[in-house]
Write a protein that binds this ligand. Structure first.
Ligand code: ATP
Ligand code: GCO
Length: 210
């Protein structure tokens, strides 16, 4: 059993527990679930670089989403390939890094991971009711809140045989990031692993969702 089983915010897949500590984190989930926020917090704490996946979209995709039209597989293909390149370059160079990407379908995640079990998806799991208010109150972003239905319709939640960790979006962002990093660190006792660069306090408290 996963050693930190008291932490209700995280759930590790069997594939992740088998694979051990990853080198690349893909923070995934529907629009507005908190990918950029959580990726930045983990990146700051672990001293890993963060790439914002939205910055890799072709302009046509941004225009389409801004107009309230959901992307299709064909639209997403070149974008996913760029994200895959970012992830695979880190692995090839024996580096670590974090990239944000909605990665809504399993076949998208397969494109990114390219069969590597060093790539771990951090899935920010929440319901429409949890996430809609965040999108509605967010300003200055191209993604209209009206797109949330299509995001959920497209979403294929990652399964237990994928290298992934589920995180509960109902918690505050600091707790989510802290829980994720602590769980990842427990996957390796090798203190030279880049996950241990900035060690979190083992007694850090975790705020549970209401
Ligand atoms: N755990 C959280 N609790 C409350 N609010 C949060 C949490 N995480 C993020 N937020 C807020 O929700 C909004 C959406 O977060 P963020 O932009 O990080 O999501 P995202 O998944 O990156 O969105 P997108 O896919 O549209 O780029 C922001 O205003 C952010 O401050
Ligand atoms: O796959 C998709 O439909 C898109 O990538 C979106 O999810 C956005 O990139 C992003 O989340 C912006 O809000």
């Amino acid at each position: 059993m996963y050693p930190d089983s008291n932490d209700k915010l995280v759930h590790l897949s069997t594939a992740l527990r088998k694979a051990g500590a990853p080198r690349v984190l893909v923070v995934m989930g529907v629009a507005g679930c908190g990918k950029s926020t959580v990726a930045e917090l983990i990146g700051n704490e672990a001293h890993w670089p963060v790439v914002e996946g939205d910055a890799l979209h072709p302009k046509a995709n941004i225009d389409k989403m801004s107009a309230g039209i959901p992307l299709n597989d064909e639209d997403r293909q070149p974008w996913l390939e760029k994200i895959a390149l970012v992830a695979q370059n880190w692995i090839k160079d024996k580096e670590c890094g974090i990239v944000t990407c909605s990665a809504l379908k399993r076949k998208y995640r397969d494109i990114i991971a390219q069969g590597s079990n060093r790539v771990c998806f951090l899935y920010l799991k929440g319901t429409k009711e949890d996430i809609a208010p965040r999108l509605q109150s967010r300003t200055g972003h191209f993604m209209p809140a009206s797109m949330l239905d299509s995001q959920f319709a497209t979403l294929e939640e990652p399964a237990d045989d994928e290298v992934m960790m589920e995180l509960d979006v109902r918690a505050d962002q600091q707790s989510i990031a802290k829980s994720a990093l602590r769980a990842l660190r427990l996957l390796t006792s090798d203190q030279d692993h880049p996950l241990h660069r900035a060690c979190a306090s083992p007694t850090a408290t975790v705020k549970l969702p209401l």
